[in-house]
Every structure is written in structure tokens, then in C-alpha cells.
Design a protein around this ligand. Sequence first.
Ligand code: AMP
Ligand code: ZN
Length: 479
Amino acid sequence: MKADISKIKPRFFNTATRQVDEFIPLVKGKAGMYCCGPTVYSYAHIGNLRTYIFEDVLKRTLQGLGYEVKHVMNITDVGHLQSDGDEGDDKMSVAARREQKSPWDIARFYENAFFDSTKKLMIKRPDVVSRATEHIPEMINLVSSLLEKGFAYEAQGNIYFDVAKFPRYGDFARLKLDDNKEARVDEDKNKRNQADFVLWFSQSKYPNQIMKWDSPFGVGFPGWHIECSAMAMKYLGERVDIHCGGVDHIPVHHTNEIAQSECSLGHKWVNYWIHGEFLNVDDSKMSKSKGGVLTIDRLIEDGFHPLAYRYLILTSHYRSGLNFNYEILGNAQNAYKALYDKVQELRKIAAAGGDDKPADETAMLRYSTEFWNALADDLKTSAAVQVAWCVARDETLSAADRLTLLTEFDTVFGLKLSDEPEALAADEQALLDERAAARAAKNWGESDRLRDELLTKYGVQIKDTADGVSWTRVLPKVG
Ligand code: AMP
Ligand code: ZN
């Protein structure tokens, strides 16, 4: 029996108030959620993907607690410069030169790669995915309204936001504008205040910009920050429940989004700002622009299941930094495999008519309540995973009850725990056929290599019996 979710009040750490606030939606039973999407100039790395897993868990938790969630995510396919501020060339142009392709082709290629990675990680596709390049008119309108209201100014062809007109500018990130380096972007002589930021570039320092549009302010392209404000307003309205991103967005991107949105609207814009901490690799900050990053496909090549990575992320708290290495991923994979195996065993028992233990509604209610309370308490996912392990190991409960609970928990975990194992995919079958051919040719080395590859890369374990080859999945199918 599922917990009485009407009694569970979710609460989250709100960057705006620096405290854990009870979530009170704008409209009862609904939650609007805007998440800053990827800049599609390169593959998403596992750090970026940690943030998208956290947002997915937040969304699934709210859904599990009965909210109807509208999840909007943008695709930044223009305007994000090499710095998060106004310095450097557009990342799309840099990638286009690097790969000798058009920025449009770069954008589509990496957008598809992004969704391929998120699918492998069981991250649900947002309800609205909005490309910046398809919302230029909305951005132009927003810039025009800021100009009309006196919050923006034109200088040498660019339109700047004037932070002096928004005295609360530094409050969100607790910035002291005089001495904080992060707020001090480049030494642009056109700026009235060094923290001012560009809303529209007509005079880029990089004249070869291919992506540009006509506008009342001249031919050019939008700044990165205005993109998110314009798209969030279009799809979620003038007031938004939740806005998410990684912690790196607090001092520049989200600070700027708040300034321009609240000045244009004339009122508070977002009620809850929820930020995920960074994932570092071997204690060093991973960044797409510096190269040397780990992708989900790289983890797969190295013999790890993408959902073992998701399991690892679930066992840490989204507000704690996480230092990644292959040892902790290996431990997570072992734990995940054991949990998956246990649930599959329960599934088989339940499918075969069950055991002789009676149903225990009281115990189920207790476990379910513990689980949803852990998540409602600022997304304590590791505590939720612990509850799942207690259920899996509770021999006093029937297989059917345990399976029901773990299936319920998996609506948030997204670990394919109780799914019936899928048939072999074409690439898996091809490896199996290759192995049969190697065995027929008595090429035992190759046959062993293929057996190992099927196991480590695909989680398919094969057994040679007198009747031929049989296979089982020790981990679910990837993707
Ligand atoms: P980007 O594609 O660079 O705009 O970043 C996409 C998302 O990943 C944003 O929400 C960032 O805040 C987040 N992010 C970037 N680097 C990391 C990291 N190392 N760990 C966790 N999140 C990150
Ligand atoms: Zn954004």
C-alpha cells in the first residue's frame, strides 16, 4: 500500500533563501519547472549528466507525490560565449571551426548525442524542449521591453543590461560587486558598470558569427542569459515554481536571469531555485571546454553500465560535491547488480504464483512512507536507496509485497529494477553469433573475449549447456 502522499509536504533547499523551504506551488497540485539545458557544442560529460539526473529525480519525486509537473528545458544552440559572461567567442562558432561544419549541424549533432546519453540514463525527456534559435522573436521582445523600461542601454551596437537599475542584483549570489571577481567580467569600455551584461550582440568582437538575426537593435544574436528568461516565460508564464541548474550558474547566469526577468515583469519571477553540486573527476574540475572529459559512452566502453552511474548518483546527495573515480563506480555497479538481481528473483517468484507469506499492508505502508519522506526531505536519495535495500532483504515480507514496493520506488530511481528482461538487441545477437562462429572454428581465445564483452558491456551472461547456449541479463539492456 502506498503512503498517504497527501500528508507528505516536500521541502527543498532554496538558493534564494539559503534554507530548506516547504514547496508551495503557485497552483495547487501543479509544479512548473525550468531547467537550463545543454550548450550543444560538444558531448555532455558525466558532470553535466549528474545535474540532469538530479533534476530528473526531482521531477519524478514531485510526480510521485501527486504533482502534475511541467518540465521545460532549453537547448542552448547560440549565444553561450567561451566564458559564462561576455568574454570570448560563441561556443558554437568555435566548435564549427574545430569540426569544419556549420554551427547548425554542430547543434543538431550534439543535441542528438545529448538525448542519446540521457536515454541511456533513464532521464525522462522534458515536456518542452526549446531551442534558443527557434525563440529569437521572444528574446527580441524581452530586450525591447527592458530598453523601453529603462533597464537596458545601447552602446556601440550592443544592448546591455544596466545592473545599477536593479539594486538587488548581487543579493541572490551574495555578491559584493566591488570586490567579487566573478561578477567582474571583461573590461568592456562600453559598459556603465563592469557587472552589466550583454542582452543582444550586434557588434561582436568576432565578426564571423554565422548565426545571426535581424532585430530592431541591428543584425546580431542574443546573449545566453536572455534566452532562458524568454523561453521560461513563454512556456511557464510570468511566475515560475522551480528553476534548476548546476551551482556554477548561481553567480552569473541565474543572477542575470533574475535581474532581467524581474525588471521586465515588475515582480518576483521564480519561487524556488534548486541547484546541484558539481561532480569532479579525481579531484579536478571537469569542463567541456578544457577537453579530457568523461562521457557516458566512455563509461560503457570501459565496461560500466550507465545505470550503475545513475545508481552512484542516487547514493550521493545532490547538494554535496562528488569526486568521481572508477573505484566508486565499480562499487556502485556491484551494488546495483545485486539489487537488480534480487528484484529479478522476486519477480520470478511472484510470476510463478508467489510464496506462502501473507500480504502485510502495515509493513508496506511503513516502508512506503519512509521512502517518500526521505525524498520529500530535500531529496535524500541515499536514504531512499537504503529503504529499498531494507525491503529487498526483509524476509518477513512476501515476494509480491517486496516487488510491489520496489516497483513503486523505481518510479523515482529509474533503474529498470523490475522490468522484464528485454530480448537481445541486434548488436548483442551479432556478438552471440560471432562467438558461435569462433567456437565452431575452435578459436577459444576469441570466443572467451566475446563472452566477456557481452558480460561487461551489455550485462548478458551466457552459459554453454548440452542443449546449446543460453543467456540471462545480469543488468538491464542499455538504452
Ligand atoms: P552546459 O552544457 O555547460 O551549459 O551545462 C549543462 C549543465 O551542467 C548546467 O546545469 C551546469 O550547471 C551543469 N554542470 C556543468 N559542469 C558540471 C559538473 N562538473 N558537475 C555537475 N554539473 C555540471
Ligand atoms: Zn539557463
